[in-house]
Write a protein that binds this ligand. Structure first.
Ligand code: AOF
Ligand code: ZN
Length: 367
């Protein structure tokens, strides 16, 4: 039976289920499985699984455990190709075969070289009908961190900018000034919770003294690692970031060696260091993004300031661009936005537009 409207509906449900643990499965992607069989002439979900927090167990054995003997002859909807390798858990493709499912509908192919195509082969060799690529684009959007790490060997980058009506992202030498409203602020906190790492430059850390945590009710323990690009180790020990480093990790990217005096002070506050290379006097971003991926991290959320944003854009390292446009102008000595909502480079494609209170949000992806 080819992919039908019903298949797409169940796959859409599986993709929504996978979002439950997005950002909480470590280096593993959060994927989901639904086991569906016909009961009294109607398709019924008899098993559901989502990759467990921390990354294991995988989705499939959990869904099969719930379905038990009802899995025999059923269809399994998987948002990612079932794994074929013996890792810390046995291959999910084998588990589907053993359980006796007769059909597997899959969204994205797994680029992990231990899996890539092998998962499908195990299923087909066992006589299971396999339908690949159903809602693959939707699934890949949610898996973009994992897929970027596997395919490009670097973390996926989202750049966020909040821009005033006069094209500014802040005031020079000032404290933080609000550009967008409360609804946007909450959206940003939700985006933080879905990321592995927030990145800012040392200038923003000094100027704004931000905390960069997720402060939404119920999501307070979902704050990602906060990474400051601070080659000169200028991050003040009294800053909010350093003072909260024991609750939520703070990493500093620097080329300064262990003999640098500021390192001791920061290390005493439990700030950690990421060894960075320099390129023309600035932290080399491609190498940094590769190093973060090598640590098993998948997604970074770049929150400022203008120089850091421009550097990511100039080096074509932005995979997703999220622009919040506020309703008013900023006066005084302002910092110009590195790009404007109506002047986004053509390599980006608009994928979503929303109103958040008085603000406009436009989301772009690399085409
Ligand atoms: C699945 N189902 O729910 C997930 C999969 O370190 P391991 O052994 O857990 O393997 C990690 C790999 O498993 C990861 O790179 C990806 O290929 C796959 N993730 N596979 O069948 C799942 N999360
Ligand atoms: Zn698996």
């Amino acid at each position: 039976m080819p992919a039908s409207a019903l298949d797409r509906r169940f796959m859409a449900a599986a993709i929504r289920l996978a979002r439950w643990h997005e950002g909480r499965t470590g280096s593993n992607p959060s994927v989901a499985t639904l086991i569906v069989r016909e009961i009294d002439g109607h398709p019924v979900i008899v098993g559901r699984g989502v990759t467990a927090i921390g990354g294991r167990p995988h989705a499939e054995p959990q869904a099969l455990a719930e379905a038990r003997e009802l899995a025999r002859g059923a269809t399994a909807y998987v948002t990612l190709e079932p794994c074929a390798h013996h890792g810390r858990t046995p291959p999910c493709a084998d588990a589907l075969v053993t359980a006796g499912v007769s059909r597997v509908v899959a969204a994205a192919t797994d680029p992990d070289e231990r899996v890539s195509g092998r998962g499908y082969r195990i299923l087909r060799d066992a006589g299971i009908e396999v339908e690949e690529g159903v809602l693959a684009e939707d699934a890949a959007r949610d898996l973009s961190g994992y897929l970027t790490r596997r395919i490009k060997n670097r973390v996926h980058v989202t750049l966020k900018l909040a821009i005033s009506t006069n094209g500014a992202i802040g005031r020079r030498n000032g404290s933080q000034i609000p550009i967008t409203g409360e609804v946007s602020r909450r959206q940003v906190h939700a985006l933080r919770a879905l990321s592995d790492v927030i990145v800012i430059g040392a200038g923003t850390a000094l100027n704004d003294d931000p905390e960069l945590t997720c402060r939404l009710n119920g999501l307070k323990d979902h704050s990602p690692i906060r990474l400051v690009l601070d080659n000169g180790l200028t991050l003040p020990p009294g800053s909010r970031l350093v003072k909260t480093a024991r609750q939520t990790p703070v990493w500093v990217a620097t080329s300064a060696g262990p003999e640098h005096p500021a390192r001791k002070v920061l290390a005493a506050a439990d700030v950690e260091f990421v060894a960075a290379d320099l390129h023309e006097g600035r932290i080399a971003l491609p190498e940094l993004l590769e190093d973060l991926a090598a640590k098993g991290l998948s997604s970074v959320f770049v929150e400022g300031g203008a120089d850091v944003a421009r550097a990511f854009l100039d080096e074509d390292l932005v995979d997703r661009l999220i622009l919040f446009s506020g309703p008013s102008a900023i006066d005084g000595d302002t910092v110009a936005a590195p790009l404007l909502p109506d002047d986004v480079p053509p390599r980006f494609e608009l994928v979503a537009s929303m109103r958040y209170g008085d603000d406009q949000m436009d989301e772009f992806e690399r085409a």
